[in-house]
Design a protein around this ligand. Structure first.
Ligand code: GLC
Length: 564
């Protein structure tokens, strides 16, 4: 692929939207009502989960008085010098000594294009013998960095990143002789500086250089989610409403909303197309992608303009959201009752009356899940496809499901219950496990293709990833259980700085710095800062959380643990 010399289109004036013009989920709700031709119910809005969780916070002084924590556009404080983290300045308590160190490390990872910050590199680990692609700006890795900057009132870098990656989307993408879809967003990019000619060049990877040559399905979703976070945080609707952003969103969505042979509303994926970016048996319909898909659809719904082109996409989104929420809440959800039902499934059922729709053979249920499943609690399992249920727990998908309200309030509560009941297994000593349990022996050989990096309880195979702390914290706050996040935060603070911000930890409890973990992994640093700022000021949650949509309420209640 040619490394195109990209022109800097960043900048432009930023218009502060009047608060009534800001995007809200109520607007999205209106869209749904209108499109479904249902009369708009004049329901008085209940306190959102965000609001409720905020009022339960004991840390005083930071919550903006009278603020509707959900719909209000967060107005950042005065932007001070680049080196001063506003979050700690706002905090009436002594900031934790790690906070300053983390900001310094985060700023060290900044990447510039023509003098403008456009992202952060994946890891700043010069001690490591191999750089591989850790010197690149990964789209998914930049999300916690972006949120930290937004929470700190530094918006420009996020805007630059969104525009820069949008330009990359416009490139022709090819693997050998095969052309990728127009909407595909890069997994990562790199800025090359030529000091002699004074030229900056961008090179990007859409999967054609990645291990396994898999395109990152999550990148486009994270891009849309970040665009909403930016809009929500700044009140600047001009960026999202610009013709190029509207087109960017439409292109991403048209990749996922096109009609084909699908019989499920979930998105069919290759192994390794998300945070777990190598073979780990997550092919099919992985929870991480389904949750991000759902969240991106909802974010897009609130950002797309109702012009001729937008309208058509909006209609497709609405239809898909309904089908997707039903499918996920019904078939991916597992709790004690549901497990018992599957255990008693009859097989070879044909026709519409089938209870065991996907012909899951009860003998395929792994032994561990029977012991693991508490009587209180539940979670979205890893994958559901014909005769295959992947019962593993995946942290990212479950946290995102809570944040975008793919999980019903009862399911969100049940996920929190599970985390408490299975703390050792899912959080361990360094929050938190990417998935549980690890696969070993023969299964490891078959599933990972003997991947030496993904040995049991390491890396993607049951390793513990500090970056997940921000997702856990956000989810806990949304559900009104911040004490779980605080407990995890205490654990993280006892290790992360001392260990040099590793990429991941190994072992059943996550006690050991990962075998091949990078140090000064940017998203470990940024994830810590985001979690910290969320706990200090829960009103930040609105950037990355979506309220439950009443029209997507489940039709059936599956078991009693939903209502506990
Ligand atoms: C690893 C992770 C991936 C991450 C990348 C850069 O490949 O699996 O999720 O984006 O490193 O940090």
């Amino acid at each position: 692929m040619d490394a195109a010399v990209a022109t800097a289109t960043v900048g432009g004036d930023m218009r502060k939207a009047p608060s009534h013009a800001s995007i809200t989920e109520q607007d999205a709700f209106d869209d749904l009502s209108r499109l479904l031709d249902k009369p708009r119910l004049n329901i008085e809005r209940q306190r959102s989960f965000d609001d409720r969780s905020m009022s339960e916070f004991s840390i005083g002084g930071n919550i903006k008085a009278g603020m509707d924590g959900y719909d209000a556009v967060y107005s950042p404080g005065i932007i001070s010098g680049l080196d001063t983290p506003l979050s700690s300045a706002r905090n009436s308590f002594e900031p934790h000594p790690m906070v300053g160190e983390a900001w310094e490390a985060l700023r060290r990872s900044l990447v510039y294009f023509k003098g403008q910050p456009v992202g952060t590199i994946a890891a700043y680990d010069h001690a490591s013998e191999e750089v591989l692609n850790y010197d690149q700006v990964f789209v998914r890795d930049f999300v916690p960095s972006a949120l930290a900057f937004l929470m700190n009132g530094e918006h420009e870098i996020v805007k630059n990143f969104l525009l820069r990656t949008l330009l990359l989307q416009g490139w022709e993408k090819k693997v050998d002789r095969f052309k990728l879809g127009e909407g595909v967003m890069p997994a990562s990019f790199k800025v090359l500086h030529d000091p002699n000619r004074g030229i900056d060049t961008v090179v990007a990877d859409f999967g054609e250089s990645a291990i396994g040559r898999v395109a990152p399905v999550d990148s486009g979703f994270w891009w849309i989610i970040l665009l909403r976070a930016y809009t929500k945080s700044t009140g600047d609707i001009t960026l999202a409403e610009s013709a190029q952003c509207q087109k960017g969103m439409r292109l991403i969505l048209s990749l996922c909303l096109s009609e084909g042979f699908d019989t499920f509303p979930t998105l069919l994926c290759a192994d390794g197309c998300c945070m777990i970016d190598r073979r780990m048996g997550v092919y099919g319909y992985p929870i991480e992608i389904q949750a991000l898909f759902f969240m991106a659809l909802r974010c897009a719904l609130s950002l797309l303009k109702h012009d001729a082109e937008g309208k058509e996409v909006i209609e497709r989104i609405v239809t898909r959201l309904h089908a997707l929420s039903y499918h996920m809440r019904t078939y991916f959800w597992l709790d004690f009752q549901q497990l018992n039902d599957i255990y008693r499934f009859k097989t070879e059922e044909y026709s519409h009356t089938a209870v065991n729709k996907f012909n899951v053979i009860p003998d395929s249920i792994p032994d561990w899940v029977f012991d693991f499943m508490p009587s209180r609690g539940g979670y979205f399992i890893g994958n559901v496809s014909p005769a295959r249920m992947d019962f593993r727990w995946f942290a990212l998908g479950n946290c995102v499901a809570i944040l975008c309200s793919l999980a019903t309030p009862e399911q969100s509560t049940a996920i929190m219950d599970l985390l408490e009941e299975r703390w050792e297994e899912l959080i361990g000593e360094t929050p938190m496990k990417i998935c549980y349990p690890a696969i070993e022996s023969h299964e490891w050989r078959i599933v990972t293709g003997c991947d030496p990096k993904n040995t049991r309880w390491s890396y993607h195979n049951g390793g513990s990833w500090p970056v997940l702390l921000w997702l856990l914290t956000a989810a806990c706050i949304k559900v009104g259980r911040p004490q779980i996040a605080r407990r995890a935060m205490d654990l993280a603070e006892s290790r992360l700085l001392k260990d040099g911000w590793p990429e991941y930890y190994d072992g059943k409890l996550g006690r050991y710095v990962g075998k091949q973990a990078r140090k000064f992994q940017t998203w470990s640093i940024a994830g810590y800062l985001v979690a910290k700022m969320l706990l200090e000021d829960p009103s930040h949650l609105g950037m990355i959380s979506l309220e439950e949509d009443r029209l997507m309420k489940p039709l059936i209640k599956r078991s009693s643990s939903w209502t506990c």
